[in-house]
Design a protein around this ligand. Structure first.
Ligand SMILES: NC(=O)C1=CN([C@@H]2O[C@H](COP(=O)(O)OP(=O)(O)OC[C@H]3O[C@@H](n4cnc5c(N)ncnc54)[C@H](O)[C@@H]3O)[C@@H](O)[C@H]2O)[C@@H](O)CC1
Ligand SMILES: Nc1ncnc2c1ncn2[C@@H]1O[C@H](COP(=O)(O)OP(=O)(O)O)[C@@H](O)[C@H]1O
Ligand SMILES: [K+]
Length: 513
């Protein structure tokens, strides 16, 4: 699913209005009707107090139109208009009149208004600001937002949590609604997925308001959301007359005294992801460990307690490099020699990234289309410090452009970057913040490249499978007890899940009642 910028959403609006020959008011009515249906299906007329906080722009207009639908279906509502500006939008005013026609009188709020009492069991609809927010809300509006945030009531945000910009992080962190649920029109927003701004969105869902399908399909975006549908498009089925040679040979280079487990995890994950053959390249102290832990994996050794040279007499399809490798002087030299001679695609992780960060001149020897999988600290060493999430994304984009590599920015929503585009993952959970979970990911991605997936596909698909496996495994373990080995065990279930038919969505068509 594409992630549009605010400018692109406004463009889609205009395009749709012209093409479908409808008014902007009709589009607002669609939006409000969709939200009403969503609520009505879940609430079934329940006598819960619903407080609708509406701004004076189109987001507020959505809220006012929603209030009318809720009223007409017998819900107990209170409508507040937060008058943060005199420039009220046309469609807001139209809907305000419709509300007044039904003898509903909103409570107007300005800097001097008292804050209404809100019971923890009430519901708040947040329609103060939408994607039109262009400066930090005034202090008195921020006070209202804080009041709602501390109310303990369930907050349903219309389109985007009020106070959240679409293209920058908030200056005043207290002036943003912390939404329990966001109903986002047509497309999700990038800020739902970044560490500094995603914290305002507990759950989100997209509501289809019928923006022009052709426009949505043709418009190019900088970001795409990756779910099952997207990865299924490049899934490669196995063929009947294939053999292990068909599925490649992954070489996993890494390990040092005390860190051999990392190589076990990566090698095992590469096998589980489907690599035909896997060889681990480790220092001698890892030989017995590897051979005992995973019988399916072949082992080559070099150096005693750390790798001193990377030389082998075999032809791997792909090399995963750096896990648990350490940064011993001899290992650093070995990597430099290896990189100068190597032509194979690489998946670089952990200490390989740390070494390269300190020796940026060696970056020139990284083959194009290689994949780098840094966690936040490794990324900072690689691209330098950033002031906020947006600068981070820009730095990564520039790095991938310059080096022609894929960068997998790991996190709650891992984002894979290539050729100026970011692919946002939707699987995974906090249980995966555990030792060795990144090693498992490196193995999965390496195993996929071995089988013939392109670097970009392997990175996107690998990240998806890794997260999905974590999601399936956590059902049995809970967050705390999930460990990297569980993620590797779950890889098979994650592949099987690709072909499960999704459960039917709840019926959101309008019902009387
Ligand atoms: N295609 C879509 O997504 C549709 C969007 N609609 C709604 O339209 C919203 C966007 O509406 P608007 O463009 O009117 O913008 P908003 O309703 O987000 O904001 C209203 C206006 O307030 C002003 N403003 C911004 N920041 C301010 C601040 N800190 N203090 C005071 N004033 C400030 C701006 O001029 C802005 O246009 C969307 O979020 C959505 O809710 C729907 O009505 C219809 C279809
Ligand atoms: N809160 C989270 N939600 C989802 N995934 C997470 C979360 N925290 C970490 N992960 C995932 O777990 C992995 C951690 O990788 P990394 O930090 O390199 O671990 P290690 O170095 O221990 O192997 C990454 O793939 C990351 O996306
Ligand atoms: K809002």
């Amino acid at each position: 699913m594409k992630v549009f910028t605010a400018a692109q959403i406004y463009k889609a609006d205009t395009f749709t209005i012209e093409k479908q020959q409808i008014t902007s008011d009709a589009l607002m009515e669609r939006a409000a009707t969709q939200i009403f249906n969503w609520m009505h299906v879940r609430m079934q007329g329940a006598p819960v107090k619903i407080h609708l906080f509406c701004g004076i722009g189109n987001n507020g207009g959505d809220g006012i139109a929603l209030a009318r639908h809720l009223f007409e279906h017998g819900y107990d509502i209170a409508v507040y208009v937060v008058k943060y500006s005199d420039k009220r939008s046309k469609d807001f005013l139209t809907n305000l009149d419709r509300l007044k026609d039904r003898k509903i009188w909103p409570i107007y709020m300005d800097a001097d208004s008292d804050l209404p009492e809100i019971h923890p069991n009430d519901i708040i609809v947040d329609a103060i600001f939408g994607i039109g927010l262009n400066r930090t809300p005034d202090a008195w509006v921020a006070k209202i937002i804080q009041h709602l945030n501390t109310s303990k009531a369930f907050i349903l945000s219309v389109d985007i949590p009020s106070g959240l910009f679409t293209d920058s992080v908030p200056e005043d962190k207290e002036a943003v609604i912390k939404a329990n649920y966001v109903l986002s029109f047509q497309v999700p927003k990038l800020v739902f997925f970044l560490p500094e701004t995603g914290i305002y969105v507990e759950q989100w869902e997209v509501l289809d308001i019928g923006l022009d399908a052709e426009f949505l399909m043709n418009e190019k975006t900088d970001f795409e959301l990756i779910s099952k549908n997207e990865v299924l498009q490049f899934y490669r089925p196995r063929t009947k007359y294939s053999h292990k040679g068909t599925y490649g040979h992954a070489l996993i280079v890494g390990g040092s005294y005390g860190k051999m487990g990392a190589v076990i995890l990566t090698s095992r994950a590469a096998l589980k992801a489907g690599s035909g053959l896997v060889t681990a390249y480790v220092p001698e102290c890892g030989y017995a460990i590897l051979q005992t832990a995973i019988p399916e994996v072949m082992v080559l050794t070099n150096g005693k307690e750390a790798i001193e040279a990377i030389e082998f007499d075999m032809k791997p399809t792909v090399i995963g490099l750096g896990i648990g490798m350490g940064i011993h002087d001899k290992t650093v030299k070995a990597l430099e020699h290896f990189l100068k001679a190597n032509k194979l695609p690489l998946v670089l992780d952990a200490d390989a990234l740390n070494i390269l960060s300190k020796n940026q001149d060696q970056m020139d020897f990284i083959p194009e289309n290689s994949i780098l999988t840094p966690h936040p600290k490794e990324l900072e060493r690689l691209v330098g410090k950033w002031k906020d999430d947006f600068e981070k994304l820009e730095k990564v984009r520039q790095f991938t452009d310059k080096r022609k590599v894929v960068i997998v920015v790991k996190g709650a929503h891992t984002i894979t970057f290539f050729e100026g585009r970011g692919y946002i993952n939707t699987t995974g959970n906090p249980g995966m913040a555990t030792a060795g979970s990144g090693d498992a990911l490196t193995g999965i991605i390496t195993g996929l490249i071995a089988q013939g997936y392109s670097s970009l596909q392997a990175a996107i698909f690998g990240v998806y499978i890794h997260g999905k496996s974590g999601d399936i495994s956590v059902e049995n373990t809970g967050y705390q007890a999930l460990i990297a080995s569980d993620i590797i065990e779950g890889i098979g279930s994650a592949f099987l899940d690709l072909f499960k038919v999704p459960e039917e969505r709840p019926d959101t068509s309008e019902k009387d009642g």
